[in-house]
Design a protein. Structure first.
Lengths: 172, 514
């Protein structure tokens, strides 16, 4: 584990802690009074995040100053040995997921899901387009049948809402 | 409630064909998920959680626990036949099981694993009932201060025992608690940390955050590497079930594994992996052939497999007995029950004993089904390992998205789950326990509420609140556990430092690998 990345994550938690403390100052007191109040727990949690993040940063900084190098023992979950790992893939996958979440409502489930599955498979180096398309369409249709028809979940239909309503497939 | 009532209640539920159907689906799904490396119980729960929302609660509980039983058995198959641990708890099975497989004794290894998994599971159900009933009796003495102390204990125990770094564990816990407290203040009903978003005024959806942290985070982490499971080795199973005379020497080790697994499984944060490690060591100490451990010992496989499966029942003791989920999968189990309207806490099972009966029915029925079909399933499950890993990852992600959306039919929850998934990925990579954070999310609101309402009930006096006997005892235990955890962490640090100093330059290479 690279100490510099661990420091960056720790500083991210410090920023989050400061955000929580700042937001807690904006909480209204309310009518009822109690010894803890509505803000105290957030101050405490934010404080722990700030203090913990600074402690981790200080520990790494002291270790690097003492000449122990930039690399430290892994504290998190490592990769499977023997296979190259890349940060690019999870980042691409996260991008696909966020785009999917953004398009879920306007495009509807049936139109948003196949491009998401195709893009996510491509992000994971699966570039055989015909089987990928079959997987994407197959999954979308089966999951739609299970959730929308079988379990009665109201799925978003996007531009398909009007034609589906005209066909009597959806009532709302 | 006496000891026989839960057992009889569980058996009575077995008369319901819907329970059997749910358990059969859950068991097969669990075995398939367990056979696929990287998909443990928590991720398997995350995938199917939305389906439980439309089931009656008792069928949902039985379904989820059947999955645990299936995963416990399923992960031994790739461990023995391919040398791939389905999850960390199966690592010791790889050492001895794969050694036996390479010697041409796959049938013996699979047979021992089969008997140990089932024996451990069934025996641990009895231990679960024996331990959960007295715990439930305590619940009548629990008011808000005691519940606050109990939640403190659960979170502290998980921080102390689950991770390598207490500081990071604490940070994960407070992050989770902060998320859990967003929304309405429990006393004044003013909104808190809602960032002027209408969707946040009544709080962040716990299920979306917990699934994001535990399941989506793990899927993002798995996406770092691209490989096929079947690339590792391509062997097949062609052996018969071993004779009883060959299994018998491993029975004492299986019994040890069952007892250790149930007890260790009940400790927050310990889980199946710790249970397997401890029982493996205990079995080695008690063995007449300790030199065989690590080189194809049937006692090693027996102890390990029995402990893993027994820990399923062990985890249920505090989860159902006190309302404290002790692992990621138990957080999801309680999340499913929360969606159904149950309030986690010491009174949950007293008010709804059918949940306890359903847990017993689920564990028992899954064990019976595995007894009948588990051996033939082992051969079929080799096909599961041949599935394309990348396709499984992407479809799991898509499945989770639709599941999260289906919970409240809100796209906002999908966004929350994705953000929590990104956070979970970073936390997993850098040693901030996502299980602790998920527990914090789940207990955070109740944690603060029980403190503040408890104080109100005790004349707003901290002295009165903390001096109640049960509250004080539990909090002293929590502090002691924190001290033990800190001591353990310092010892580990010293050991690593000493090892690094003696290893010299090679250590840098090892660190680079990680």
């Amino acid at each position: 584990m690279d100490r510099r990345f661990d420091i960056m994550v720790a500083l991210g938690f410090v920023a989050l802690g400061l955000l929580i403390i700042w937001q807690a100052t904006l909480i209204r007191s309310g009518m009822m009074r109690d010894p803890v109040g509505p803000r105290a727990a957030f101050y405490l949690c934010g404080g722990v995040l700030v203090a913990g993040g600074l402690l981790i940063t200080l520990r790494h900084w002291l270790a690097m100053r003492a000449g122990r190098g930039r690399l430290a023992d892994m504290e998190g979950t490592g990769d499977t040995e023997g296979h190259p790992a890349s940060l690019k893939r999870p980042l691409l996958l996260i991008g696909c997921c966020l785009a999917y979440a953004a398009l879920f409502q306007p495009l509807g489930y049936l139109l948003a899901t196949p491009p998401f599955v195709l893009a996510a498979l491509a992000a994971l180096d699966q570039r055989r387009w015909v089987p990928n398309l079959a997987i994407a369409l197959g999954f979308t249709l089966i999951s739609y049948a299970v959730f929308a028809i079988g379990l009665g979940v109201r799925m978003p239909h996007g531009p398909l809402t009007a034609p589906f309503r005209a066909l009597g497939w959806i009532s709302l | 409630m006496d000891f026989l009532t839960p057992l009889l209640g569980g058996m009575a539920l077995l008369g319901d064909p819907m329970i059997w159907l749910a358990v059969a689906i859950g068991t097969v799904f669990g075995v398939v998920a367990g056979a696929m490396p990287g998909i443990g119980t928590t991720l398997a729960y995350g995938l199917v959680l939305p389906f439980t929302f439309v089931m009656p609660p008792e069928i949902g509980v039985a379904f989820l626990l059947a999955i645990s039983v299936g995963v416990g058995y399923g992960n031994s198959i790739p461990a023995i036949l391919m040398g791939i641990p389905g999850n960390p708890a199966a690592i010791l099975t790889v050492i001895d099981g794969f050694a036996l497989h390479k010697r041409g004794e796959s049938g013996l290894a699979l047979g021992i694993s089969f008997v140990a998994a089932l024996g451990g599971q069934i025996a641990s159900i009895l231990m679960f009932v024996l331990l959960v009933v007295p715990l439930m009796g305590l619940a009548y003495h629990f008011s808000f201060p005691e519940i606050f102390a109990l939640y403190s204990f659960g979170i502290v125990a998980l921080i102390s025992l689950a991770g390598d770094s207490i500081v990071k564990g604490l940070m994960a816990a407070v992050l989770g608690i902060s998320i859990g407290m967003v929304g309405l203040d429990p006393i004044n009903m003013v909104t808190r940390l809602d960032f002027d978003l209408r969707e946040l005024r009544s709080g962040i959806d716990q299920v979306a955050v917990v699934i994001g942290l535990l399941a989506i985070g793990e899927l993002f982490r798995s996406a770092r590497q691209v490989f096929l499971w079947e690339d590792v080795t391509k062997d097949s199973v062609g052996n018969r079930f071993p004779a009883w005379s060959r299994i018998r020497p491993a029975v004492p080790a299986m019994a040890t594994g069952t007892v250790v697994g149930t007890l260790v499984g009940a400790i927050p944060g310990a889980g199946a992996t710790t249970a397997a490690m401890i029982s493996y060591q205990a079995a080695q100490v008690m063995s007449k052939k300790p030199e065989e451990f690590g080189h194809g010992s049937i006692e090693g496989i027996g102890a390990n497999e029995a402990a893993q499966n027994a820990s399923n029942s062990g985890e249920l003791i505090p989860t159902l007995g006190l309302g404290i989920p002790v692992s990621g999968s138990m957080v999801l189990l309680l999340a499913a029950l929360t969606v159904q309207g149950f309030v986690p806490g010491p009174l949950m099972v007293i008010n709804a004993p059918e949940l306890l009966f359903a847990a017993i029915a689920g564990l028992l029925a899954a064990s019976i089904l595995l007894l009948a079909t588990g051996w033939s399933m082992a051969r079929l499950m080799l096909k599961a390992v041949q599935l394309n890993r990348q396709v499984v990852l992407v479809l799991s992600l898509a499945m989770i998205v639709i599941g999260v959306y289906a919970t409240n039919t809100r796209v906002f929850d999908v966004v929350v789950a994705m953000v929590a998934g990104c956070l979970g990925y970073v936390m997993l990579r850098y040693g901030y326990s996502t299980a602790v954070a998920a527990l914090g999310v789940f207990l955070g609101g109740e944690f603060e509420r029980s403190l503040r309402i408890g104080l109100n009930m005790n004349n707003n006096s901290f002295a009165d609140f903390f001096s109640r006997p049960i509250t004080l005892t539990i909090l002293v235990c929590a502090i002691a556990l924190l001290a033990i955890g800190m001591r353990k962490q310092m010892q580990t640090r010293h050991r690593i430092r000493a090892a690094n100093e003696s290893a010299g330059p090679t250590t840098e290479q090892n660190r680079t690998k990680t």
